[in-house]
Write a protein that binds this ligand. Structure first.
Ligand SMILES: NC(=O)c1ccc[n+]([C@@H]2O[C@H](COP(=O)([O-])OP(=O)(O)OC[C@H]3O[C@@H](n4cnc5c(N)ncnc54)[C@H](OP(=O)(O)O)[C@@H]3O)[C@@H](O)[C@H]2O)c1
Length: 165
């Protein structure tokens, strides 16, 4: 099963602000839903807390070092590799690592495909960055550019990136 990642960032790799997202772009949320539906999603505990509920139609796997942590409808894993093993029990062509920064840092070397939304803006406020991402490690398989001023007023692009061999 392919290990994939799906993230959205601004032009300076910003991904988070005060435990949530720095922007609200509803078409990106719909795209996230379309791509991840039916696939196991692996996330850090802080990202789960920011979502606040299991994502429907997907096996939710939360990585946490806290063995007391438990939520109905969510599978827990004590390490990233345990999360991969849980994901492999599902029937899907790929598993999706969906953040946040610390989990992506650990998962980036294993990630074969990256669905990356790049918002063409520098947000002034934020506290979490996708530092583990470097363009030179990736081949652009496809890019779909949007200029939807009705949706938050930001231009953004959906990249599908595959790791250079
Ligand atoms: N823009 C985007 O696409 C996007 C996507 C997702 C998240 N975000 C944002 O990113 C921010 C959260 O990122 P974050 O880096 O602070 O947190 P995070 O990666 O979501 O979660 C960190 C927590 O996950 C657990 N964890 C992470 N790596 C682990 C490992 N290798 N082994 C075991 N446990 C591990 C630990 O949980 P315990 O403390 O419970 O042990 C750790 O404290 C939020 O602002 C969120 O909104 C943005």
């Amino acid at each position: 099963m392919r290990i994939s990642m799906m993230m959205a960032m601004d032009t300076r790799n910003l991904i988070g602000k005060e435990g949530g997202m720095p922007w609200h772009i509803s078409s990106d949320l719909q795209y996230f839903k379309r791509v991840t539906m039916g696939k196991p999603v692996i996330m850090g505990r802080v990202t789960y807390d920011s979502i606040g509920r299991p994502l429907p139609g997907r096996a939710n796997i939360v990585v946490t070092r806290n063995n007391q942590w438990s939520v109905d409808g969510v599978r827990t894993a004590a390490s990233l590799h345990e999360a991969y093993d849980v994901a492999r029990t599902q029937s899907a062509e790929e598993m999706m690592v969906i953040g946040g920064a610390s989990l992506c840092q650990a998962a980036m070397p294993d990630t074969e495909r990256l669905y990356l939304t790049v918002i063409d803006h520098e947000f002034p406020d934020g506290d979490t960055w996708l530092d583990s991402f470097n363009w030179q490690d990736w081949t652009v398989t496809s890019v779909d550019k949007h200029d939807e001023t009705a949706d938050g007023g930001y231009r953004f692009a959906y990249y599908v990136l595959d790791r250079k061999s």
